[in-house]
Design a protein around this ligand. Sequence first.
Ligand code: BG6
Length: 466
Amino acid sequence: MSAFLWGSATAAYQCEGAWNEDSKGQSNWDVFCHSEKNNINPTTGDIASDHYHRFEEDLDLMAAGGQNAYRFSIAWTRIIPNGTGVVNPEGIAHYNAVIDACLARDIEPVVTLYHYDLPESLFIAGGWENRQTSDAFCAYAKVCFNAFGDRVRTWFTVNEPNYDTLCCYGIGNYPPNVKDLSRRWRAMYHMLLASAKAVAAFHEGAYQGMIGLVSDSYAIEAHSDTPDYQEAKRLADLFYNRSVNDAAVLGQLPTELIDKLHSEGQILDYLLPGDQEILAAGKVDMLGINAYDRMLVKPCTTSQTSLSTNNTGTADSSNETNIAGWFSVDEDPTTQKNAWGMELYPKSIYTLLHQLNDHYPNLVFMITENGMGYRDQLVDGQIHDTYRVDFLKGFVNWTLKAREEGCDVRSYFVWSTMDLYSWINGYAKRYGLVYVDYNDNCRRIPKDSYYWYKDTIAAWNQKEGR
Ligand code: BG6
């Protein structure tokens, strides 16, 4: 990989649709979205953006927009419908077609193996709380390396072990809808183990290219610098960042994390002899970073953990994070937020990259997602999303500044390629560079941000002499 990758990203469940076509198995998200538990914005990914049938059209738009990379995830349930065992040739054929369609347009395919959708059979057997899921994942990863490794050079194992497990087992809004952080740590540990096993298999198989993990990492900041605030920052860094990144990059869980969980009386019976060797053998070649906002934190003063998130984009719902014994999430009343309470603070990527670069010197970074959710309005056939352009422009500029200052950043991907299903938030919260008119057969309409991105890439290419 030599040229800087300018692309956009999606995930299978969020855009493909075709939930029961071509011998695909059911995932936990298929089942959850079809169930009564899906009651906040009850909708499904059954059709989503219909990307399964329209990927050629979407790739045409990417190519016309100057993008040279496409990050997408493979649905495990298309490749191995039951989670383990028999491989589905129709699933292999589908992703072969997607990869070939990328290459035909000079678009580098960047593949994520797991982006939240777990085969239902594994979910029923305990999901990520069950250690066997890590072996099933490694077996699935090997199938993908063998099938696609001749053409795919950039792989990611797992998307966001922190955020995914926090939603599944902390906030409780993702399946299995649990609010128990001790179960979260167990599930996250197995995800990290799964990733390490797949990374080791990739290296052992001597496939060409690089493999990493996608981490939702955060710049950790605070309003005050007193010792109690400094301690809150240290704990938040451990909770969100180092728990995942140390395991992936350094091949070991931070001792401080193990001590902290022990001090809470948690039973860490899932840390088995030999695991240290597994993590050490599965160090990533690069770290993917999904960058949306920073974490502004303060000391936690409550004795109860309480976590909630705004999934409606209305005042009826709110974001709250109090992790008893750790930290609370603070607010800056002076910064702008979107309707879902996400702070619009592009400088966070600059601070984050430097924080990570200090902690993991010489690490290769890929910005694998950055985007802004908004209720875009189609007016006279156009979407003037200047708010998104301003937000993305800020992130691009701060990313490039960190790069100039020595952070080895190799890519920037906008979330998302086109509008798609936003977990729990439904379809009203749009992120795409391209609008999807769900009322008109999923018609695609490039937004102003699409054209801004095209110009930004063209200007970069001119500067780089490409
Ligand atoms: C990232 C995920 O955390 O955030 C994406 O990788 C997700 O899958 C994106 O869609 C935006 O989050 P949300 O909840 O607003 O869709």
